[in-house]
Design a protein around this ligand. Structure first.
Ligand code: GRF
Length: 199
């Protein structure tokens, strides 16, 4: 299966997918990596492997809708079977969902439906939960609200700060992402009334 991965920063989730794709049995290839800003390490990880990259910056478009249309076009140019948002910090819009809805997944560093949005680990720490984790879901028009594909749980330690907690989450998140994307790529999946099942 052909994967396009969208990043906004360090790209360690992307790196885990790139490493997994080195094994032909994994059944997927990252055919392009896109970002909403230039010069991020996630793009460099792709460039180091000669994988095509693209950047679509909101600020370079007159409207958010035009940005969304440009992002959709840039992704579609690589004919992905599955788009993976891995640390992509923008909300995709109607054009994108029209084109990729149902075959775009996003990973979020919290146990949905808890703690949606930009600060999942910080919100979990502030709330005082004893376990948190990460969620892979199929993107829908909401904010971190799509049908859940996979989840992974990590403990919150008494001496955690946001960084130590997010690091622990990310170790488990990368494993969850690689396992789930591989199964979706190899076996396919169905979504009915929010239940996501690997076929
Ligand atoms: C991940 O935890 C992702 O869920 C969150 O931001 C982090 C990105 O990490 N949105 P990386 O860029 O993949 O290292």
């Amino acid at each position: 299966a052909r994967l396009v991965v969208l990043v906004s920063g360090g790209g360690t989730n992307l790196q885990a997918l790139l490493d997994a794709c080195d094994d032909p049995a994994y059944g997927a290839t990252v055919v392009a990596v896109g970002a909403d800003r230039p010069g991020v390490e996630g793009l460099a990880r792709a460039e180091r492997r000669g994988i095509p990259t693209f950047v679509e910056q909101v600020a370079e478009h007159r409207t958010r809708q035009e940005w969304d249309a440009a992002l959709t076009k840039a992704c579609a140019a690589h004919s992905p079977d599955l788009v993976v948002l891995a640390g992509f910090m923008k909300l995709v819009g109607d054009d994108f969902l029209r084109e990729f809805g149902g075959r775009c997944v996003n990973t979020h560093p919290a146990l949905s439906p808890s703690f949606p949005g930009m600060h999942g680990p910080a919100d979990a720490l502030a709330y005082g939960v004893k376990v948190t984790g990460a969620t892979l879901f199929v993107v829908d028009p909401g904010v971190d609200t799509g049908a859940i594909v996979a989840q992974t749980v990590v403990p919150v330690e008494d001496d955690d700060d946001v960084e130590s907690l997010h690091e622990r989450i990310k170790v488990a998140e990368r494993r969850m992402l690689v396992d789930a994307v591989g199964r979706m790529a190899r076996d396919g999946f169905t979504i009915n009334d929010r239940k996501v099942r690997f076929t």
